[in-house]
Design a protein around this ligand. Sequence first.
Ligand SMILES: [Zn+2]
Length: 494
Amino acid sequence: MHGSTWHVGAVLPAADAPPLGAHAITIGGDGRIAALAPCDPSGLTTAEAALVAMPALANAHDHGRGLATLACGVADAPLEHWMIDLARQPRVDAYDTAALALARLAGSGVAAVYHCHNTQNGAALLDEAEAVSRAARDTGVRVAFGWPFFDANPLVYGDHAELARFFPPERRAAIATMDQGLRSCATNMALFERAQALEHDTFALHYHPVAPQWAQPATLVAIAAASAASGRRVHTHLLETRLQREWADAHFPQGFVPWLDAIGLLSPRLTVAHGVWLRADELALLAARGVTVSVNVSSNLRLRSGLPPLAQIAQAGVDLALGLDGMGLDDDADMLREIRLAHLLLGQPDRDARGPVALPGTQAVLHAAWSGGRAAILGPDDGGGRLAPGAPADMLLIDRRRVAQDWIGHGWPADPAWLLARATRADVAHLLVGGRAVVRDGQVTGLDEAALAARLVAQARAARAATPPDTARIAQTQAATHAFYAAGCHCGQP
Ligand SMILES: [Zn+2]
């Protein structure tokens, strides 16, 4: 890789450091920042002067869907209802969908993403992982691939024999035995071993028990042990919805999160996504064990999950990361807008406190977006999340000309609070990952994004025409699972 030099009007070097003025940033052939030197602003072109350089963003929870759920007619709705609707998604090429998702993220300044893999074809998981590995190489985005362990509660949180009662007779046998067809932990561990051959510079495998309610207790135990032995990270959805909270409280009266701790799952290698329904004592335990919580505010809003307890997360001192979960507010994978939402929510007044509301600060949210999420994806020791000599050259350059068109101050605004208030993916000029310009002048460089998007949509339309979803069956499943939950069956009520 060749080195390069970037001249910019301002630098935001790290979450806990003040903005700097005009600089020349030199990238070495090793993909790291070689030098960061002040330069004469009068020597910059207008385009260079408008640029502000900052650490690249991390999206600490996503699913790699190039084709949006809304495009498939899956309307936003409470998670448990929405998940059944996902049957409307046509099967598409595993590379195309992952590559387009990564390209979109790169275009919004994301250099590293946690990809929780949703298998399209359970028999082809290894092939799908290979496709995502290739997509990571082609786009240049760093991907932690969450290898899915999903071996419990396929349709509801609870007894599927019980659930079968809510279906018409002809579907009961299949529903009652549906959890028997899931891939066993042993088979999955063996596949995971084989998949390690797919790893490369920007693609690594992590254990992904999809969620405690979607994995057998023995599987969680096996993953905790494997992670402790290998040092590989673990990522799981946790307490995303009220129904999950109710299930957990009913099934673990001795304490759900303490149980996860007792089996060894809570460690600095663990990231939990969502945590909307975590309680203060549980957050304190997560903080004590060094667990990272990746919150996904837009997704929670769209799927009616509730809002994550950001004030308590901050108070407990839990490591915070941010994710899009494939469900950005405007469905446009805009990580900058997601950061804005999290920033605003973090600063809202605590109902139990009194007096003047604390002044806003950007440090917590920028730390999450630059360092916290990155550590959850790449581990704590990669030296990124800041712009400094020796750090990986993962750098986002924002063009301030659009956001500052009505700015009446001198020069260009460089206050991160100001950028947080306005910047969107429209303002992403360039993105470097390991020194490679994966986005240049707002365009993804590793592939033809527009052609890929057109190909994916054409493919999905053809698949939809050939195999339309059975909407009556989907509606019937939704009605039955709704009745199951409404009767309290997920809490063990008869
Ligand atoms: Zn998710």
